[in-house]
Design a protein around this ligand. Structure first.
Ligand code: IPD
Ligand code: CA
Ligand code: CA
Ligand code: CA
Length: 263
């Protein structure tokens, strides 16, 4: 497999898709809902996923695609080369704010993340990594992450996971919020992974994410020494929805040990 060729191809595909998304704001966007009234999807999420799939299928007919909007393959195992794609991560931001959303793509071979990309479309900020070759923010190589204690850490977490909910004991996670330096919530898991990888925040956690939310970001995060697991400390799930945390080394352990009690 020539990963260098695939890397160049994927970058240019993502940039082209980003351009299509920016241009889409000149037309009316159709907004629909999925699982509930706040789970938004638009004609652009679907069109961008279809754009990627038609290109990948014609240029890499032996590869598989797992995309959020369901136009790709029905993936039951991680065998072979799989492109895990979120055409727009942060659809709510896309609809309401017209910014703060990203294209997220991870290319995996037999379950191993080889290439990862997160493209912050409106800021034209590109995060990418190739396994073993380091991670980049635009053309700048990202340094390895150093250990930070919780008391000096900014944690990416959605307020709904700190308000009482059916998935996690409230007291320990509320205690984390009190003990850390500050919290942020950006509304795009992929961008939050990119922010952990580039040291803008120190950890990000969620009680429910899908493979396409984390696949690209995990390749980038691993290249700078961040630790990503589910909230039980197991390998991230690339086939099904699961809990998720990514953090600087040390901090990952501290949060899991002291502040996460799943119900
Ligand atoms: C969502 C975003 C959001 C996260 C949700 C995801 P989408 O992805 O990443 O930040 O909290 O769990 O589903 O639907 O906008 O691609
Ligand atoms: Ca969605
Ligand atoms: Ca997503
Ligand atoms: Ca999406």
């Amino acid at each position: 497999m020539n990963w260098g060729t695939i890397d160049k191809y994927a970058k240019s595909l993502i940039k082209e898709a980003g351009h299509k998304i920016r241009v889409s704001f000149f037309n009316t966007i159709d907004v629909d809902t999925k699982a509930d009234a706040n789970d938004l999807v638009t004609n652009i999420d679907k069109a961008i996923e279809q754009f990627f799939i038609s290109r990948i299928q014609s240029d890499f007919p032996n590869h598989f695609v797992l995309g959020e909007e369901g136009f790709g393959d029905d993936i039951r195992s991680l065998d072979g080369v799989i492109w895990l794609l979120d055409p727009i991560d942060g659809t709510m931001n896309f609809v309401h704010q017209k910014r703060n959303f990203a294209i997220s793509l991870g290319i995996y071979c037999d379950g191993v993340g080889m290439l990862g990309y997160i493209y912050d479309v409106m800021n034209d900020d590109f995060y990418h990594a190739a396994k073993g070759e380091g991670a980049y923010y635009n053309d700048e190589k990202l340094p390895m992450l150093e250990v930070t204690p919780l008391s000096e850490a900014i944690i990416g977490v959605n307020a709904s996971w700190v308000a009482p909910n059916r998935r996690i004991e409230n007291e320990p996670i509320a205690d984390m919020v009190h003990k850390c330096r500050g919290t942020r919530s950006y509304g795009s898991a992929a961008m939050e992974l990119a922010y952990v990888s580039s040291g803008r925040i120190d950890a990000y956690l969620s009680l429910r994410l899908s493979p396409w939310d984390i696949a690209g970001g995990m390749v980038i995060a691993e290249e700078v020494g961040a630790i990503g697991t589910n909230l039980k400390g197991e390998k991230p799930n690339l086939l099904n929805q699961d809990t998720f945390i990514v953090a600087r080394p040390g901090l990952h352990d501290e949060i899991l040990r002291n502040h996460i009690r799943l119900k």
